[in-house]
Design a protein around this ligand. Structure first.
Ligand code: ADP
Length: 587
């Protein structure tokens, strides 16, 4: 498939700021024209003096015109850059918002499949690299291109030979730059790959610092880190060394416009073709384009940076979306039914994690999913919450296929609490209120009490107003779990899924939480995945899952009597419990 051009991608995000961009371009053009006026003033003044009898009034007039135009040039340039900066930041904002929306709509697997380092790199750093060149490219590229063109046209009007002589260095420099740029695309791609690798290693080093310290791996991890940084330095130096001779040659030759204009101008002057004032103005103007020409060459590099960043963004924006319905459906009951569900994370039949599972999770009942680790319990829970779509078969809620239920309605219908409880860096009260943004403080406190977190929250320095820290890092695993359960209680949705939601909670609190969950979820559809079997032994229905298939289902007593896997798991659990607690409970 042909890649879209980066400029068209950038401008697809510029809908709200088109007018500003156009105005910025116009101001840049006015600024360039105003920048030429002082040269005209100098020409007029020289003409006055060369004529032998300068009229001082005219000289002064041209001085003021030149000065005024010089000031105007900066005013319009300022307006142009301000507008282009606003446009660039608007484009950046739109890109980031689109990326965030796209990640929300993509299947969770696609998002989790990407490394945090890479996502952060694209969303923050790569998008940021677009701003500066984008903001400056509009006004500066225009003036840097327009000015030499305008000067060239002016020189053609004076004498076409002067115009051509001004450009004598361009083909020489062009050959040098062309040789330098021969492998630019490949080298830039390698550079970006190297850059991404260093980024990944740095993020891994920082994120894994706890494990590195715990396993005393600081020297080996540091070695990997140092090696990555060092090889990146070697790579960039090597690239620089391979180009610096040609680059310096080009940079030295290109601005030397005098090489052509001085001898040709003098020759034409001695021939009597060129007046002295025309000679002077041609020399001054040919010097005036040196800066813009040099600036223009730096944009080649910057444009490449933008091009790569924009294509990275586009790649992330092209990830597939979960198909979503627009209109809410009327759900009258909330039983869940899995019909012949098959699923694999990589969408291949060979790696099916679930194979043709059919089961009923009735409304108003407590259903538990148990089985050896890796059997597919969490996968079933995630499929019901539609983090992924099933590969085959269907899941219905109240008789409606969940693919026909809008994602936002499904999110309102299902509460899902997992082991990984992410807390945002806002107060604990607000973290709980995420379950129901309309809830009053009293309702938040009541939910926290029911989830057994009221006590520890009140012991914190600022109680409910204590900040949770980044990703809740000020709280223990068990505390975070209880806050997530409070969130779920506050959400009060008709379907509740708890995936090892109390695994980190101590036994005393776990029993309390179980009791309040049982009370609060009366009449709801409750699905619990639990490792500690004692917490689910009162379930109305227990489903035993092994290697992606349903082995058996029934009550605790029925399974103990009929299913050897369940019996073994129960005995192992009781043994472990007795061993850890030294108690006789559960026999
Ligand atoms: P359980 O909850 O019973 O321990 P899971 O549903 O978590 O089992 O996992 C079932 C299988 O799916 C395991 O083999 C696991 O390695 C695999 N798996 C889980 N999550 C992913 C994922 N995001 N990508 C690929 N494979 C996964």
């Amino acid at each position: 498939m042909k890649q879209k051009s980066w400029i068209s991608i950038v401008f697809s995000f510029a809908a709200q700021c088109r007018l500003k961009i156009i105005l910025s371009v116009l101001c840049a053009i006015i600024s360039v024209i105003a920048g030429l006026v002082p040269y005209l003033s100098v020409y007029q003044i020289i003409t006055q003096f060369i004529g032998g009898a300068p009229i001082m009034e005219t000289v002064w007039m041209w001085c003021w015109i030149g000065l005024g135009a010089y000031a105007l040039r900066f005013v319009f340039y300022g307006i142009s850059t301000t507008l282009s900066h606003i446009s660039a930041y608007t484009i950046l904002e739109n890109i980031r918002l689109s990326l965030a929306q796209r990640l929300m709509k993509a299947p969770l697997g696609t998002v989790l499949g990407e490394s945090v380092g890479k996502l952060k790199n694209v969303l923050v750093d790569r998008v940021e690299t677009i701003e500066l060149p984008l903001a400056h490219m509009i006004p500066e590229c225009i003036s840097n291109l327009l000015l030499p063109i305008a000067v060239f046209i002016y020189l053609v009007c004076v004498d076409w030979r002067m115009a051509l002589s001004m450009l004598i260095t361009v083909p020489i420099a062009f050959v040098a730059y062309a040789m330098m740029m021969k492998n630019f695309n490949q080298q830039y791609a390698d550079y970006m790959e190297s850059n991404n690798y260093v980024n990944g290693v740095i993020v891994e080093y920082v994120e894994g610092i706890e494990v590195i310290k715990a396993f005393n791996q600081s020297s080996t991890s540091y070695e990997k880190f140092a090696h990555a940084v060092e090889s990146f330095k070697d790579y960039t130096l090597k690239w620089y060394q391979s180009t610096w001779k040609l680059m310096n040659f080009g940079s030295a030759v290109l601005p030397s416009t005098f090489l052509g204009t001085l001898p040709v101008g003098l020759l034409l002057y001695y021939n009597g073709t060129l007046t002295p004032q025309d000679l002077v103005i041609c020399l001054i103007l040919s010097l005036g384009i040196v800066g813009p020409l040099m600036n223009f060459t730096t944009y080649v590099n910057e444009m490449k940076t933008v091009e790569y960043a924009v294509h990275d963004v586009d790649k992330l924006l092209s990830v597939s979306e979960l198909p979503d319905e627009k209109t809410d459906v009327r759900l009258t009951h909330y039983d869940i039914h899995l019909q012949e569900v098959a699923f694999s994370y990589d969408q291949t039949q060979e790696n099916n994690v679930l194979s043709h599972i059919s089961l009923d999770i009735p409304e108003g009942k407590f259903t538990a999913l148990v089985g050896p680790s890796g059997g597919g319990k969490s996968t079933i829970a995630r499929l019901i919450a539609r983090f992924w779509d099933v590969s085959d078969g269907s899941i219905t809620i109240g008789g409606t296929d969940i693919r026909k239920i809008p994602l936002s309605q499904l999110a309102d219908t299902v509460s899902f609490v997992t082991q990984d409880n992410f807390l945002f860096n806002c107060s604990i009260k607000e973290n709980i209120r995420l379950g129901n943004p309309q809830a009053s403080d009293e309702e938040v406190f009541a939910a926290a009490k029911a989830a057994c977190c009221d006590e520890f929250i009140l012991n914190l320095e600022h109680g409910y107003d204590t900040m949770a820290g980044d990703a809740g890092n000020r709280l223990s695993g068990g505390e975070k779990q209880r806050i997530s359960i409070a969130r779920m209680i506050l959400k009060n949705s008709p379907i509740v899924i708890l995936d090892e939601a109390t695994a980190f909670t101590d036994q005393e609190n776990e029993e309390k939480i179980q009791r309040s969950i049982a009370a609060l979820t009366k009449g709801k559809t409750l699905l619990v995945i639990a490792h500690r079997l004692s917490t689910i032994k009162n379930a109305d229905q227990i489903i035993v899952l092994k290697e992606g298939e349903v082995q058996a289902s029934g009550t605790h007593q029925e399974l103990l009597a009929e299913n050897s896997l369940y019996r073994d798991m129960w005995n192992a659990h009781i043994g472990a419990k007795n061993w850890s607690a030294g108690s006789k409970e559960g026999r």
